[in-house]
Design a protein around this ligand. Structure first.
Ligand code: CA
Length: 627
């Protein structure tokens, strides 16, 4: 399908070029787009490359007359409808609107381009181990504005909540209404699946026509999707969320774009994308990237093959593509006030490009956090994509990463019927020596691409609480997928739409409202309070953020670890067996010496004797020790 699509596009382009050649002096040039759409004075990134697009825009001779701004070079490329202009912006340049002047023969075009003043609003604050991230799909979380559910002029004009694959109308205005709910839950950072425009048609996936409600197929890097509220709604949302004390994580996709992206209709050059003689999908195999014995051809397919036929793979080793993506990232942080990046399909990107992009963000915003999705199942491969201590030929500068190893360890450990389940979690953490700082990894129990946590662990409510207790007391930056706190469940069978259901109460006409305690069942309220109690305790307890972790070998289905700093020591003791256990604590003297009492964080009970601690069956007990 895609090869046919591109052939069609290229033949149109060819016709256009031929026509242009025949009447080259007759056609008037025009400028239709400039990306980035504006810039700022006083940025660290002061060598800006503007992409200028329009009929014959590449045939104009450009000049800029603005104090402190110099046009260093104009690049023309294969497609005469593009010009790439290298500008330098001196630190002395003042905010204002400069004029890009393009001339050809008797024709003169003037294009305004704004250099804004940077404002003092929060941006690039980062997320740290003091945060608790909530991941939501805006289309599925809450609908605050029914007037933006669908638009007849978009490639997919549908919205229909009865169809699991169509858009459901959720938006930023809806999420804004529930900031209080998230605050009460103990959340400190919000991560939405991508908010950029996905003006994609319905695509056939697995035999059914599906919309791009997930947001991973960008069609314009400088527009937030209208169905979520557009750029202004995003700005407003970020401002309100910041004022309420939340940080914002934006979901970035560098690896690919949507097949309906405007650039694809008239590519600047053939190698803007990774073009293959015949359609080539990535193998989704991560081993060839890190394997010292791996074949280059295998690596090439993994990294440069397309993620799916309707998400063409960008060639990030092309410097124009690299500049386009890096400048977009910087523009987004500066324009909207984003605090952190979650990077989609991290391992499929060109790694030297990723380092360059990460560095540009870190140079501009030293506190920003970046955590990519590298879906691997072992520590060595996971370490490759973050700052690590392994002697790999390529060294990643990514500060963080999503911790798929801990994700698997917790779920596998809880899934098993055997008492040894705790060992999986213990063993995963025992390998942390490979990371420069494992506290910068983002931990999770499930997400929009996996089965839901509750279903994975067999809907066992005791285990549900254990896993959440681990998530919120172990090292790293915990994140939780929306609805986990109200026991939303499901497997991806028959499709991932099953794990992306609407949050009950978020949509007009919903019969139940689970944003409120009265709308939740007793068990859902117990789950909600479990998360809330741990999240708020964690929020107020630095030992659970940056404190050290010490763990002891699991024994007979019990597993004990401590988080501690100069001020506090917290003991987390898990009993995975089907019997109550009286835990003899002499084995833990190394960490418990000097402590005589404790408070149970989950039950608020005081313990006056720590020599034998009662651990009820299938529980994780959290104790704050005191002298
Ligand atoms: Ca809406």
């Amino acid at each position: 399908m895609i090869t046919h699509f591109l052939k069609q596009r290229f033949s149109h382009l060819l016709v256009a070029i031929l026509l242009a050649g025949q009447c080259v002096f007759a056609q008037q040039a025009a400028i239709q787009r400039v990306n980035p759409t504006n810039w700022w004075v006083g940025m660290h990134w002061k060598n800006l490359q503007l992409m200028v697009y329009g009929p014959e825009a590449g045939k104009l001779t450009y000049s800029v007359a603005y104090p402190g701004v110099r046009l260093v070079k104009t690049h023309t490329v294969e497609n005469a409808n593009y010009a790439f202009l290298d500008l330098t912006i001196a630190p002395t340049a003042k905010p204002g609107t400069l004029k890009l002047v393009g001339k050809r023969g008797s024709q003169t075009l003037t294009q305004p381009f704004e250099l804004k003043a940077r404002d003092n609003s929060p941006k690039g604050q980062g997320v740290t181990d003091a945060d608790f991230i909530y991941l939501a799909m805006p289309d599925r979380f809450a609908n605050g504005d029914e007037s933006n559910d669908k638009f007849a002029d978009l490639a997919d004009p549908n919205a229909d909540r009865s169809n699991p694959f169509y858009r459901h109308g959720g938006d930023l205005a809806g999420a804004e209404k529930h900031l209080d709910y998230l605050k009460d839950l103990g959340v400190t950072a919000i991560w939405f699946t991508p908010v950029l425009e996905n003006n994609q048609p319905l695509t056939n996936e697995g035999g059914s026509m599906r919309s791009a409600y997930h947001g991973y197929g960008f069609t314009d890097h400088y527009e937030v999707d209208r169905r979520l509220g557009g750029n202004e709604a995003y700005k407003t949302f970020v401002k309100k969320a910041h004022a309420a004390g939340f940080k914002i994580v934006q979901d970035a996709v560098y690896n690919h774009v949507g097949i309906n992206h405007w650039i694809l209709k008239d590519l600047p050059m053939k190698d803007w994308l990774h073009q293959w003689p015949t359609y080539t999908n990535t193998s989704y195999k991560y081993q060839p990237v890190t394997d010292p014995h791996g074949a280059e051809s295998d690596r090439n397919v993994t990294v440069n093959g397309w993620f799916v036929p309707f998400l063409p793979d960008l060639n990030q080793s092309n410097p124009y593509v690299a500049n386009f993506l890096i400048q977009h990232a910087l523009w987004t942080v500066e324009n909207f006030g984003v605090d952190a990046w979650r990077v989609d399909t991290y391992m499929y990107n060109d790694m030297p490009f990723m380092n360059k992009c990460n560095q540009a963000l870190l140079d501009e915003y030293p506190r920003i956090h970046i955590f990519g999705e590298s879906w691997v199942n072992n520590v060595v491969d996971q370490a490759y994509y973050t700052r690590n201590k392994i002697d790999f030929p390529f060294k990643s500068n990514q500060p963080g990463g999503l911790d798929f190893v801990v994700f698997s360890a917790i779920n596998d450990g809880l899934k098993t019927k055997s008492n040894d389940g705790v060992n999986r979690f213990y063993e995963a953490l025992a390998q942390d020596a490979v990371y420069v700082n494992p506290n910068k990894l983002v931990t999770f129990l499930d997400n929009h691409d996996t089965d839901r946590y509750l279903s994975m662990i067999g809907e066992d409510f005791d285990k549900y609480k254990i896993g959440l207790t681990w998530l919120l007391t172990t090292r790293g930056i915990p994140s939780m997928y929306y609805g986990t706190e109200i026991l939303m469940k499901n497997f991806k069978d028959p499709s991932d739409a099953e794990v992306r259901r609407d949050f009950p109460g978020g949509f007009p006409g919903d019969k139940v409202n689970k944003f409120e305690a009265a709308g939740r069942t007793d068990r859902e309220n117990e789950a909600f309070q479990h998360v809330r109690k741990l999240a708020t305790y964690r929020r107020d307890t630095p030992a659970l953020h940056s404190g050290k972790l010490m763990q002891f070998l699991p024994q007979d289905g019990t597993y004990v670890y401590f988080r501690y700093d100069d001020k506090k020591t917290i003991m987390v003791a898990t009993n995975m067996t089907d019997k109550d256990v009286s835990l003899d604590t002499r084995r833990f003297v190394e960490r418990m010496k000097g402590f005589a009492k404790a408070r149970n964080v989950l039950t608020d009970q005081d313990l006056s004797d720590l020599s034998l601690i009662k651990l009820p069956t299938k529980t994780a007990t959290v104790l704050e020790l005191s002298r």
